[in-house]
Design a protein around this ligand. Structure first.
Ligand SMILES: *Cc1c(COP(=O)(O)O)cnc(C)c1O
Ligand code: SF4
Length: 338
């Protein structure tokens, strides 16, 4: 599909023109509406379809199994009940100290400034998280500041979400300035999928905010498949790298999307083309509605062994699982025998 149109369009108009109707998505891809069983419509009512046109432009036309499409198209299997797949698999509701703050790890904590994402990923572990109750307002800053100052081990703040790059540059900048005012904060991490689904988000104003900050900036993007990384997206990511911003990628291992060593090897090399280093490969969190993306531990093991055999060590993402209550992400290797 023609993508160059989106390369000219500013990110905010792209963000206000998302595809939310499953039938429209299918027709853009020349797929028949029968592709959607009735359960899929219900699934999209529970967690709405949301996808930028620029991302749809990277999908293959007329391919119902396109790995990018599978990540966003509501599916009737989401409605199936599986007892071990729950609404809050990571126990985040408990770790929630105050509005926007999720502090589970010693030196760093998540600050959630928005519940909004540019894309809704069907496998997302936050699909049931009640963000709306818990977003910090400007006047919450004093409490957050006091909290940080009471925890001298904290040296890094992770803006997470939702997706922090759905915020305007102005709001982003004002939060960054607040964090910069605390000498103990050295690192600012931004977890975002927006540069992958709307590459134009990385505009000059954003680059200038990031490169002029006193904080070391680490941008962790989220791409699961090399097809998400067309030339335009890679060039955009590389611009950040050229400005001394560390850009890492996290991916989620998903049945039907990237559950083969070859796909993961291609992803790592493609990221490296853009100057982006593979960081994490997450095993799926057992969130209600995502069971059909799950893989058997022994299959994960086989795939990861082959990835290890086929990539230089620096391009191998760490295979991890997040276990509720654990003090860090748990590295997995030899999962089937563990
Ligand atoms: C993943 C995660 C982090 C960051 O962990 P790193 O291993 O440093 O990437 C921080 N807080 C929470 C709640 C997380 O889930
Ligand atoms: S962009 Fe990230 S937080 Fe948002 S739905 Fe996708 S995986 Fe979840």
């Amino acid at each position: 599909m023609t993508n160059y149109l989106y390369q000219q369009q500013n990110w905010q108009s792209q963000l206000s023109d998302l595809i939310t109707d499953p039938q429209e998505l299918l027709s853009l891809l020349q797929l028949s509406p029968e592709q959607l069983l009735s359960g899929a419509i219900l699934a999209s009512e529970q967690f709405k379809l949301r996808v930028p046109r620029a991302f749809v432009g990277k999908m293959k036309v007329a391919d119902p199994f396109d790995p990018l499409l599978l990540q966003v198209l509501p599916h009737h299997l989401e409605l199936e009940d599986h007892p071990e797949f729950v609404t809050d698999p990571l126990g985040e509701e408990q770790a929630n100290q105050q509005p926007g703050v999720l502090h589970k790890y010693k030196s760093r904590f998540l600050l959630t400034l928005t519940g909004a994402c540019a894309v809704h990923c069907r496998y997302c572990f936050r699909r049931h998280f009640p963000y709306q109750d818990n977003l910090p307002k400007n006047e919450d800053w004093l409490n957050i500041k006091q909290y940080i100052e009471s925890q001298p081990d904290i040296n890094e703040v992770i803006l997470s979400g939702g997706d922090p790059l759905t915020l305007t540059n102005r709001r982003l900048q004002s939060w960054i300035e607040r964090l910069e005012s605390l000498p103990q904060i050295k690192f600012l991490r931004i977890h975002s999928r927006v540069p992958i689904v709307i590459p134009n988000r990385v505009d000059e104003a954003l680059i200038s905010i990031l490169k002029n900050s006193r904080l070391r900036i680490i941008l962790v993007v989220h791409s699961n498949h090399a097809s998400e990384l067309d030339d335009f997206t890679c060039r955009t990511l590389n611009t950040l790298v050229k400005h001394q911003i560390t850009v890492l990628n996290q991916a989620v291992l998903l049945r039907g999307v990237n559950d083969s060593a070859q796909v993961l090897v291609d992803l790592s090399y493609r990221l490296f083309d853009a100057g982006v280093m593979p960081y994490y490969l997450h095993v799926l969190d057992k969130v209600k509605g995502a069971h059909h993306f799950d893989l058997m531990p022994q299959d994960i093991d086989l795939i990861y062994k082959e990835v290890l055999a086929n990539l230089p060590g620096y391009l191998v993402p760490k295979l991890v699982r997040e276990i509720a209550g654990e003090k860090n992400k748990t590295p997995l290797f030899g999962v089937s025998t563990a």
